[in-house]
Ligand binder design. Structure first.
Ligand code: CU
Length: 216
């Protein structure tokens, strides 16, 4: 089987998790699905979500761990009123910091020894996905999104695979779909039930991929 199938398998595992978190499919009576494809290589990660839901506000925030000199996830999602927990499960010291003036995220947890945990408020601008790094190991990077919507999916892209399918349950009253990809222009699409749209994925005025999205 080709690489696309690997990506699909990965995505359906994520979709399964979303269903588990959100309850039975019938509760939301709808689905957002589609395909995202890149002309050359895919970025590390992406995020697709429907703004307008406040289900994550004030809930337990996400945890981002560090191990083997890497962040264990490329992107975690939290909302205002929550905290992101930075954990160090590695055998060496790390650090986590963000310097994103546009988003209003400027923090530095200092030296994080092995086994430590540090909570940071998700207090930056809503809808912004902030890059975090480690000052000790400049190659380490991950992203923390401030979104309040339960209706989202993190897209974990794999090296060498250019096409990915996604699908997740979503209520029909949330018309807008947003896609975030690192350093790409943000994408917003309005979709009525039964509608399907194709959008170019742009970075600095150049097309790098295509999004096909439909609402079932
Ligand atoms: Cu580090």
């Amino acid at each position: 089987m080709n690489g696309k199938y690997c990506g699909l398998r990965g995505m359906s595992r994520l979709a399964g998790l979303a269903v588990l978190l959100l309850g039975p499919a019938s509760a939301w009576s709808g689905e957002i699905s589609g395909t995202i494809s890149f002309e050359k290589k895919a970025p590390v990660v992406g995020l697709i979500y429907l703004p307008g839901d406040e289900g994550l506000v004030g809930k337990d925030g996400p945890k981002l761990d560090q191990k083997d000199q890497r962040f264990t996830k490329p992107l975690v999602v939290g909302a205002r009123g929550s905290k992101v927990t930075f954990k160090n499960s590695d055998t060496i010291a790390h650090n986590v910091y963000a310097e994103d003036t546009k988003a209003g995220a400027n923090f530095d947890i200092g030296l994080a020894p092995p086994g430590s945990e540090h909570e940071t408020d998700i207090g930056w601008k809503e809808g912004m996905v902030v890059q975090v790094g480690c000052k000790i190991h400049p190659k380490m990077r991950a992203w923390v999104a401030n979104i309040s919507s339960r209706f989202h999916q993190v897209l974990e892209f794999e090296k060498g695979i250019k096409t990915y399918d996604f699908a997740f349950e979503a209520p029909g009253n949330l018309k807008e779909v947003r896609v975030w990809l690192p350093r790409y222009d943000p994408v917003m699409v309005e979709l009525a039930v039964g509608e399907e749209k194709t959008v170019d994925l742009m970075k600095k005025g150049k097309k790098y991929g295509t999004l096909l999205v439909k609402r079932g």
